[in-house]
Ligand binder design. Structure first.
Ligand SMILES: [Zn+2]
Length: 625
């Protein structure tokens, strides 16, 4: 057994944690406490002695005995290892690199690279022009420090040479995405050159990648700065074992406390918008990097808040990019609002703050419900006395109304739109009943007036079951539950394996975790281990696979929750629960497939492809039966 595992097996996690905070029993093998890592009045910090892990449902921190000490005492891994080793009588001779893992190496590399770029920016003579550029963007020294801004020098091999000297071979640098291999295959060169370096951090503040901004062309006297024809405005790290664009929210590590305090998160497009917003004192803000929000990003945000404010500039180019994310957030039960910049404030929050920080602050406090924003957008520049304009506005707003799943809220907006269009609410409701409801249609606002031929379908098709406001979180909860039941009840595993396919789970992370659970299940099936052993083996499997490590917090969260709702000594109760949750998941899947078919049918109808319509309608009826 390697020292890391041996020490861990001897440490009692509850005993260790109770040296720091007071734990109260909350089950046969679990404790809870007020979380030491975020302010709270009711305990959401849980410790499982079976599983030897801890997890806080308030701030999502969690892990094993090592991560507790690292967080509590600010130790690094090796210090925590030695500290606990001493406690339980296991000698840690020297740092064994096999104990370490690739992920930690990649994080170390990024940490080092960020420090290097930072040092070049602050100290190097060659960075003078960049320093003035940063100042010209209104970024103070303190802000630059807080966000770790740096400068990649205009050279091909400075970073790579520095990293080699610090003990990181070029192959590792390449896997970290910091260098690229020469076309000849011989040697590597710095990926980022002559750019402003903006570190991308995970929610805990570890640097996991970079986005690098091209420097604006300057006067010929600045011969060191020549950048116009050197690639895209922003160059990003490639996807690596530690960096996944779709799971990252820029600035979350600096915003999460403030998001909790304010009860909302503002989504802006650019990284510089985030920095500018901090400058204006508005800190509950994260950057989406200009793409639509993904389910993984939303589920990350959901841990901190239920309210999202999307920011749109007056010309609304940002709106198009955000549409899918808005639809997803609305169907996910988020309260979605819009922050609208006044037309003279500039094109984005960064511009607005440059001109006047108070304009941004005011825009944020004056956020409006997303529906109100959509209505104002739809009406802008149209004459509602003109019947064509009126029809166009209706066509824009009907799909939006159809997406509102909360009945009271829906009634409110139906009334508003009816008043606006001088229409009877009954007539509006009738048109609405032909509107499909979809969890995430790609471009809701640009959707044409729905074709009335949908009436030809059966009554059930015309009234698909609405997605409830909490659909998204309910699906995630169901995914948590079924995986928790799998962990907790070895008697139920065979049933779950037979009936649960990964695609029934709502997030990519849940699907990946389930695949790992299946692998471990098949590997250990002959021994049929008890829940605690299965959990330990699975946790070890994830902990030693660099591509799986990021799933550990999810596993811990699920494992700890399972302690609270499932009793492994009561197989009958577990069987009932398994059956119920599987029912919820398959029904949701069926609904989703039905909605997809409905959309296909409408598309085929619009295209006049009658044979395809017939085929799809047959498939639809098969699905229903
Ligand atoms: Zn906490």
């Amino acid at each position: 057994m390697d020292p890391k595992e041996e020490i861990k097996s001897r440490v009692d996690i509850a005993e260790l944690i109770s040296e720091y905070i007071s734990l109260k029993p909350s089950g046969p093998a679990s404790f809870k406490a007020l979380c030491p890592f975020h302010g709270e009045k009711t305990p959401s910090f849980h410790v499982s002695t079976d599983k030897q892990i801890w997890h806080c449902f308030g701030c999502s921190e969690g892990g094993d005995c090592y991560s507790f000490l690292m967080k509590m005492e600010g130790m690094d891994f090796l210090e925590a290892l030695r500290h606990l080793g001493k406690k339980v009588g296991v000698e840690v001779k020297r740092f064994d690199t096999s104990v370490d893992n690739e992920r930690q190496r990649l994080l170390d590399l990024h940490d080092l690279a960020a420090k290097y770029y930072r040092k070049v920016l602050t100290d190097s003579a060659s960075a003078e022009v960049v320093r003035s550029y940063v100042v010209s963007r209104g970024i103070s020294a303190a802000l630059a420090e807080q966000f770790g801004l740096g400068y990649a020098p205009d050279a091909w091999d400075q970073l790579t040479a520095f990293l080699v000297k610090r003990g990181f071979p070029t192959g590792e640098q390449e896997r970290a995405g910091l260098v690229s291999r020469r076309k000849s295959g011989d040697g590597v060169y710095d990926r980022f050159r002559n750019r402003l370096m903006i570190p991308l951090c995970d929610q805990h503040g570890n640097v996991v990648g970079f986005t690098a901004r091209i420097l604006p062309a300057t006067t010929p006297s600045n011969s060191a700065i020549r950048s116009e024809d050197e690639g895209p405005k922003y160059l990003n790290s490639p996807e690596t074992a530690i960096y996944h664009k779709g799971r990252m929210l820029y600035g979350l590590h600096l915003a999460k406390q403030s998001i909790k305090r304010e009860g909302k998160a503002i989504i802006v497009e650019g990284n510089l918008d985030v920095i500018a917003s901090h400058k204006a004192g508005v800190e509950h803000v994260v950057g989406s990097s200009g793409t639509a929000l993904t389910e993984d990003q939303l589920s990350l945000l959901k841990r901190f808040t239920n309210t999202i404010l999307f920011c749109f500039d007056a010309d609304a180019a940002g709106f198009k990019a955000a549409q899918r994310g808005i639809a997803l957030a609305r169907s996910g039960g988020f309260d979605v609002r819009a922050v609208v910049l006044p037309s003279d404030a500039g094109k984005d929050p960064d511009d607005a703050v440059q001109k006047n920080p108070d304009v941004w602050k005011a825009a944020v406090t004056k956020s409006v419900p997303i529906m109100q924003f959509l209505i104002e957008r739809a009406v802008a520049g149209r004459d509602l006395a003109n019947v064509d304009d009126k029809r166009a506005v209706g066509a824009l707003l009907l799909p939006e109304l159809a997406q509102i799943s909360d009945v009271v809220e829906r009634e409110h907006w139906i009334q508003s739109v009816a008043d606006l269009l001088r229409m009877d609410t009954g007539a509006l409701r009738l048109s609405l009943s032909f509107e499909p409801r979809s969890s995430a249609r790609p471009s809701p606002v640009s959707t044409r007036t729905p074709t009335p031929t949908i009436q030809n379908l059966s009554p059930v098709t015309r009234n698909p079951k609405p997605l409830s406001a909490t659909h998204f979180s309910r699906m995630e909860q169901a995914a948590d539950q079924i995986l928790g039941l799998f962990l907790q009840n070895h008697t139920q595993r065979a049933t779950i394996v037979a009936r649960l396919t990964p695609d029934l789970l709502s997030t990519e992370s849940h699907r990946r975790l389930y695949n790992a659970m299946l692998t471990e299940y098949h590997a250990s099936q002959s021994t049929n281990p008890a829940p605690a052993n299965y959990f330990g083996a699975l946790r070890n499997r994830l902990g030693t696979d660099v591509s799986m490590l990021e799933l550990l917090p999810l596993l811990d969260r699920i494992g700890i929750s399972a302690d609270t709702f499932s009793d492994s000594d009561n197989p009958d109760a577990a069987a009932t629960l398994v059956n119920n949750v599987l029912g919820v998941l398959s029904q949701a899947d069926l609904d989703a497939r039905r909605r997809a078919l409905e959309a296909d049918i409408r598309r085929a109808e619009a295209a006049g492809d009658h044979a395809e319509v017939d085929r799809l309608i047959r498939a639809y009826h098969e699905l229903r039966s």
